[in-house]
Design a protein around this ligand. Structure first.
Ligand code: FE2
Length: 271
């Protein structure tokens, strides 16, 4: 059975609000290894205002970290990518080095908190047309998105892949986010769970507790898919199916008139 691959974390040192030193990066990776992680795609924030030079800095830091990991004899495979803030011209930025995940066609996209950006669907369409496969990072943490069931369905129909944060499933971001993450997972609207680890304390590089919930709630096969099989397909550049057929079936079902949709109905309790 293949081990886990973490496809979203901030282990790369001194480039964002993640690891503050090389030592912290190494300790985060050590803990990841203890949990059964065999590989990681490092995804520092790449903000809308960042330029190509920032991507080159990521490459330099990545080379330093890889050297340190090899020197420490740590049996972990590392790949580089980025968590790209949604911006104009996303398809152009995705062509820069160190932006796609592990050099694959997959691009991890982060939405700004607050109102959904205008041009969201168009931006994702352009990315796909340019040959990339967008993955939306932690949709469960975006309040406005989780309140807009139609928008979620439209994004799934565009075959946008969803990545849930492990901490969302275990309640680190509060009950409302936890409910949203669990509903998305139960609905089959997630292809990956990742740590989104930032440091050793508040946002650790851990997956095991979330995996346990998925195993108990959705079965060992689903856990293997979300934590290992799909992430390995990603780093190999292989195709990953979006279970958007379920979204289509959901769309064909008329929503109950009085109560609204499944997600908004449940999340309505938290608003
Ligand atoms: Fe992140």
């Amino acid at each position: 059975m293949a081990g886990m691959v973490d496809i979203h974390n901030h282990v790369l040192p001194q480039v964002d609000d993640g690891a503050d030193s090389l030592e912290t990066s190494l300790e985060m990776l050590r803990r990841g290894l203890q949990e059964g992680i065999e590989a990681a795609v490092l995804t520092p924030h790449f903000k809308p205002e960042d330029d190509r030079e920032k991507a080159e800095l990521h490459q330099q830091r990545f080379a330093q970290l890889q050297e340190a990991v090899a020197g420490a004899g740590m049996p972990i495979q590392l790949f580089l990518g980025a968590e790209v803030g949604f911006r104009f011209g996303l398809a152009e930025v995705a062509r820069w080095p160190a932006i796609p995940l592990a050099g694959s066609p997959y691009v991890l996209v982060d939405l700004p908190f607050g109102p959904l950006p205008s041009g969201l669907e168009q931006g994702m369409f352009e990315l796909r047309t340019a040959g990339f496969r967008p993955i939306l990072g932690h949709p469960e943490r975006h309040r406005q998105l989780t309140q807009d069931e139609r928008q979620l369905e439209r994004l799934r129909e565009q075959e946008l892949l969803f990545q849930l944060d492990a901490g969302s499933l275990t309640g680190r971001f509060g009950q409302r986010t936890q409910e949203a993450a669990r509903l998305l997972a139960q609905r089959g609207w997630a292809e990956f769970v990742a740590s989104d680890g930032h440091n050793l304390e508040k946002r650790p590089f851990t997956l095991q507790a979330a995996r346990q919930w998925v195993e108990e709630g959705l079965g060992a096969e689903e856990a293997q898919l979300l934590f290992a099989d799909n992430p390995w397909r990603l780093v190999r550049g292989e195709s990953i199916a979006c279970r958007e057929g379920q979204a289509r079936r959901a769309r064909r079902r008329p929503p109950p008139r009085r109560q609204g949709g499944w997600l908004s109905r449940l999340l309505g309790a938290w608003n």
